[in-house]
Design a protein. Structure first.
Length: 715
């Protein structure tokens, strides 16, 4: 038994020894294999050779290669080098390989662009297309950049109103690795908007909603207004216009479900379909203020509210209330107030109970305000619309107010204000992005008057003169019996303050007609300034100096006594100071539908010159929207004026008020008021004498002409 045990133990030991030797051999083999693999992936070269380059210097190529002679590298390094060389845009192909102790970098250079040419474009000018593309003469050709240019050109031509346009490119190879790029453009016919349809609207008809959006159906005036060009970006903006329209008229749940433009290739026209969900119309319920600030009493803020219980819900009124409350709190010296409105819907009674939460916002400061993308408008013109600046407390309400001001300037197609993190947690950077648009206008108008004959007017108007935000206007009016030339200039921020100051220069000549028997030549100069007192009220002051000369070819005894008196005192110099108040809540100055407009003016002449008088005028106009859907507006206006002389001088007939069709529709110029029935020689006369006092009242019903599209603006 002992011998058998010993033999078994000996056999087991030999088996373990053999197994250990086998493992050792395998481990040795694995180690050799790993070392060999490491040596293969971590090679070393002594030099880098560049081949295939013609224009690009070899050292420039080497600077993008991450492999260094004498140092080990791997396939990862060569891959990174290839990517870096491709990223330069200089090469169409890059290959890297090791040949012995040398790393060979073989490149194929992209061609150089000799010239860029456009063919087939007629309506879209070449200058516009050149500014769109990135491929330029003498630049390096890149297929990727060419593809991007094609997309840009297609979008540009499409935005010009040619949705079916096609754009392609031809690359002509030249000697010395140069190419010509030819963009082939087929503009096609002008794409129209055949129909604009609304789905789901019950409160307002299609014609009323079409007035809200910027797109219009094509008509015979579209070539002038250019409002029948379909644009997807504009359609998205139209969705926001519709939201604001409904939100301000009680429809707090309104939403645009879809807005699409379908192109009919056969007719080359779009059909726009906008599907909406109006929801219910709400009124304001209870109005509460939840104030957690100790710097101001909550009830004292109520006077800044522009919402009242029972009024139709309006997002605009809520926004104005928030702005007014925030500004009032900031005026106390606390700049971190945050006013947040929250509404609770009462679905049964269709009311929204509103609570304004007044809290302390985060103590964040404005580190910097960066202005970008303004190519024409000066930076200071944009900055002055902000009531906050670098170092001030960040307040979102004040930032939104500045954005609204910038949009109202009419200088920009787009205004975007974004916040970026600053250098610390309590600092933010305001990034203000604007896109300038054309602000110059040339207008030509003509007409015919039964008293004055044919009339024409030409005006040049620049609302952002030299990018300084200044307003320059030059006007010339021509008629068979009158001529008028006027130059006006306005600086909206005089001496850095929100005071609009400017001047007017006018030269006007009027010949005798069937209402007056004398000719007049008037030369006028005026300095003026105005400043806002509140959001709706403004104050203006002016100084005017005017010289008027009266002449007549008729014999003295054939003139009326008033006309003879005016000629006898010619020339006549008037020097006057004036002031005025203007109050307006009009919703739209061009096409008012709601609101009140009041204007009061008074001029005192006598600071030198020949005239001594006090002239006062006032006019109050109100608008009421009787039918939103049918766009029926009721207008009522009252006016009055008085002029009286003081001192030893008396009034001349040319100082009188001459009222006509501009006051009450249907009357000829100077058609209202007394007449001279006979001249000094006893012959009959019909000369207008004007008057020293007038009162007028007018009521009107205004509505669009049913047979014409509302986009014409004819009422």
């Amino acid at each position: 038994m002992t011998t058998q045990f010993k033999n078994a133990a000996l056999a087991f030991c030999m088996l373990v020894l053999v197994a250990a030797q086998s493992v050792g051999i395998a481990g040795f083999a694995l180690g050799v294999s790993a070392l060999s693999a490491t040596q293969a992936s971590a090679a070393v070269v002594n030099s880098i050779s560049v081949r295939g380059n013609q224009r690009v210097d070899a050292d420039t190529v080497r600077s993008y290669v991450t492999v260094e002679p004498g140092k080990s590298f791997s396939s990862f390094d060569t891959d990174e080098s290839v990517r870096a060389l491709f990223a330069t845009g200089l090469f169409s192909d890059v290959r890297i390989a090791r040949q012995g102790s040398t790393l060979v970098v073989e490149v194929k250079e992209n061609p150089v662009i000799n010239l860029v040419r456009f063919e087939g474009n007629d309506k879209v000018k070449t200058e516009i297309l050149q500014n769109v593309i990135q491929s330029k003469s003498l630049a390096v050709f890149s297929q990727e950049r060419l593809d991007s240019d094609l997309d840009r050109l297609r979008e540009t031509v499409r935005r010009s109103g040619r949705g079916g346009a096609t754009v392609s490119a031809r690359v002509d190879q030249l000697e010395n690795n140069r190419v010509d790029i030819v963009f082939l453009i087929n503009e096609g016919s002008r794409t129209k908007i055949a129909e604009i349809n609304f789905v789901g609207n019950n409160a307002y008809g299609d014609s009323r909603l079409t007035e809200i959006i910027s797109h219009n159906e094509s008509n015979f005036l579209s070539w002038l207004k250019r409002d029948d060009i379909f644009d997807q970006d504009r359609l998205q903006a139209d969705e926001e216009r519709l939201r604001l329209f409904y939100f301000n008229r009680g429809y707090a749940d309104f939403r645009v479900i879809s807005a699409v433009g379908d192109l009919d290739v056969a007719s080359n026209s779009y059909t726009i379909t906008i599907t909406v969900d109006e929801g219910e119309r709400y009124t304001f319920g209870s109005i509460a203020i939840d104030n957690s600030l100790s710097v101001v009493e909550g009830e004292s803020l109520r006077r800044y509210l522009q919402v009242s219980e029972g009024d139709t819900y309006s997002a605009r009124k809520i926004e104005r209330s928030v702005v007014a409350m925030t500004e009032a709190i900031s005026a106390t010296g606390f700049a971190f107030a945050e006013v947040t409105p929250r509404g609770e819907r009462d679905f049964e009674n269709r009311r929204i109970n509103l609570t304004f939460f007044v809290d302390e916002g985060p103590r964040t400061y404005i580190e910097r305000i960066d202005i970008v993308d303004n190519t024409r408008t000066r930076e200071y013109v944009i900055r002055r619309e902000f009531d906050i600046s670098e170092g001030d407390a960040y307040n979102k309400v004040m930032v939104n107010k500045a954005k609204t001001r910038l949009e109202r300037l009419g200088f920009f197609e787009r205004v975007v204000i974004q916040t970026r993190p600053g250098s610390s947690a309590d600092r933010v950077v305001l990034l203000v992005g604007v896109k300038d648009k054309a602000t110059g206008e040339i207008s030509v108008g003509g007409g015919y008057s039964t008293t004055s004959g044919p009339l024409a007017e030409v005006s040049l108007n620049e609302r952002n003169f030299l990018g300084r935000g200044q307003h320059l206007r030059l006007t010339g009016g021509f008629g068979t019996e009158s001529q008028k030339y006027q130059l006006s200039f306005t600086e909206p921020y005089f001496l850095g303050n929100r005071i609009a100051a400017g001047f007017d220069v006018l030269r006007e000549t009027t010949e005798s007609s069937n209402t007056i028997s004398y000719d007049t030549e008037k030369t006028l100069g005026r300095l003026r300034a105005s400043a806002p007192l509140t959001e709706n009220l403004s104050l203006s002051v002016n100084y005017t100096i005017q010289q008027e000369e009266v002449t007549s070819d008729a014999a003295p005894n054939t003139l009326s006594l008033a006309a003879e008196d005016a000629r006898a005192n010619s020339p006549y110099l008037t020097s006057s100071f004036g002031w005025g108040l203007k109050y307006s809540t009009i919703d739209n100055l061009k096409n008012p539908r709601e609101g009140v407009y009041f204007k009061f003016e008074q001029d005192v002449a006598g600071a030198g010159g020949d005239a001594q008088y006090v002239r006062t005028t006032a006019r109050l106009t109100g608008y009421y929207l009787a039918s939103e859907d049918n766009d029926i507006v009721l207008m009522g206006a009252v006016g009055a004026g008085n002029i009286y002389a003081y001192g030893s001088d008396s009034l001349r007939v040319t100082d009188h008020f001459f009222q006509g069709g501009e006051t009450i529709r249907g009357f000829a110029p100077a058609g209202i008021g007394p007449r001279a029935t006979q001249n000094a020689d006893g012959s009959s006369s019909n000369e207008a004498l004007g008057g020293t006092t007038y009162f007028n009242a007018t009521t009107e019903v205004q509505f669009p002409i049913p047979a014409l599209p509302r986009s014409y603006g004819i009422r």
